[in-house]
Design a protein around this ligand. Structure first.
Ligand code: AMP
Ligand code: GLY
Length: 433
């Protein structure tokens, strides 16, 4: 089979790398990919951007692609799966309608309320003064969210009225989030422990992936501004059996059944982020209509099953006949970012040390996944905010952490940086047990 992966981040590198290991796969293409996918044996980059649907469909037809797998949310929310399917091309991911779970927070809040799935109390606004008035009437902290896609940066937790007013004004009046901020959701602040589960869905059945946890905040100790994610690990000890069962029964099953009942069947990866209160009740913080980045990197390191077989079974509505098997070891990934990220950042520097990190003699349990990189005159150049993800397996989470950091230290470019404490919560919880 020939597989096309759409996207060019660390998630897509990990997906393509895993897909290449499937015995039924003869070729993998990544559009547009990065220097990491370009370097992989049996994987080729195609220079078509993820939002160029006509270009991607043309390539899929001409190269006789058997299955296309979509990585990022942008093309999903804009209907890429519908377009492929209308053209008779096999494509794994949710439809445009189903992708609204990530594409519109208002859609999601209304859906949750229709199906009595627990979530924070909220109101949604398009006009400035009623939004400000509502903010003043709710307690602090208040959570202010841009309705649309904002690359993980559209959520502001306001501890003061002034911060809340600024966030709302930035979105509704100053257009700082573009169209995504033309509508805002103001919601109640939830206390508790955060957890997330990523699963595969076939319209009806749900197959959970191994648990994982990312670190969204930029700096050590989970401080600083939110980013797309500075590192992740799997499994996540917080998702114990009880919490897992609660998320499946109280949230994921009613979500998938509710969508099917509304004639919006969901097929694809589905990511739910929840807050678990002291009472053990899980409430939805958000859905993503795709795999997480960087969660995918450690998850793919641990997946032993054939990912392509799972995607094909999902497209046939037969996920209930599948199981996913996992490496018993832990995996941990450290994101190496460019100077300045998550704000305006440098790019164009040459990355050094990659030869030793991805030479053939390197241990099977370590892997550098690329994100914002490209190949220029034979050199790998940093071109994004999140540039690499140094990922490693280890018998215990501490081993995985130690090995991932040793790997991260082996590469360098001017101004590169990473958090020093990825996995700290999991390690603390391992010590406690
Ligand atoms: P989201 O993109 O909606 O998951 O929000 C990003 C982060 O903001 C989450 O991972 C939480 O840490 C935090 N957050 C979002 N909504 C709430 C809420 N209602 N209460 C507390 N924290 C929240
Ligand atoms: N790492 C969080 C996300 O992919 O949304």
């Amino acid at each position: 089979m020939k597989i096309l992966v759409v996207g060019g981040g660390g998630r897509e590198h990990a997906l393509a790398w895993k897909i290449r290991q499937s015995p039924r796969v003869t070729a993998v293409y990544v559009a547009p990919g990065n220097a990491g996918t370009d370097h992989e044996p049996g994987i080729s980059n195609v220079s078509i951007l993820a939002d160029d649907f006509d270009g991607l469909m043309g390539f899929a037809e001409q190269a006789k692609i058997d299955l296309t797998i979509i990585g990022p949310e942008g093309p999903l929310v804009n209907g890429i799966v519908d377009r492929f399917q209308q053209a008779g091309l096999k494509c794994f991911g949710p439809s445009q309608k189903a992708s609204q779970l990530e594409g519109s927070k208002t859609f999601t809040k209304e859906f949750l309320s229709r199906h009595a799935i627990a979530t924070a109390a909220y109101k949604s606004f398009t006009a400035l003064s009623p939004a400000l008035e509502y903010l003043r009437s709710v307690g602090l902290p208040a959570v202010i969210k841009a309705d649309g896609l904002a690359a993980g940066k559209g959520v502001i937790i306001a501890d003061t009225l002034q911060q809340g007013e600024k966030a709302i004004t930035d979105m509704l009046f100053k257009n700082r989030f573009g169209q995504a901020g033309n509508r805002v959701v103001i919601e109640e602040f939830l206390k508790g422990e955060e957890a997330s589960i990523i699963c595969m869905v076939d319209g009806k059945h749900i197959l959970a992936m191994a648990s994982s946890q990312d670190h969204k905040a930029a700096f050590n100790g989970d401080t600083g501004p939110n980013t797309g994610g500075m590192g992740a690990y799997s499994p996540a000890p917080i998702v114990d059996e009880k919490i897992h069962a609660a998320i499946m029964q109280q949230i994921l099953q009613p979500t998938v059944a509710g969508l099917a009942a509304e004639d919006i069947p969901y097929t694809g990866f589905l990511y739910v982020g929840v807050m678990i209160g002291n009472d053990g009740v899980a409430k939805v913080l958000e859905y993503n209509c795709r795999l997480g980045d960087p969660e995918t990197q450690p998850i793919m390191m641990r997946l032993k099953s054939d990912l392509v077989a799972l995607c094909l079974a999902a497209l046939d509505g037969k996920l209930d006949q599948q199981i996913a098997t996992w490496d018993a070891r832990s995996a941990l990934g450290v994101v190496i970012a460019a100077n300045g990220y998550p704000n305006a950042h440098d790019n164009g520097q040459i990355i050094k040390g990659l030869e030793s990190a991805y030479g053939d003699g390197v241990d099977e349990g370590v892997k550098i996944f690329h994100a914002g990189t490209k190949l220029e005159n034979g050199k790998v150049i940093a071109v994004g905010g999140r540039v690499l993800c140094a990922t490693a397996l280890g018998n215990e989470i501490e081993d995985a952490q130690r090995r991932a950091y040793a790997l991260a230290k082996s590469v360098h470019w001017e101004g590169c940086w990473y958090r020093d404490d990825i996995g700290h919560r999991a390690i603390k919880s391992a010590i406690k047990h």
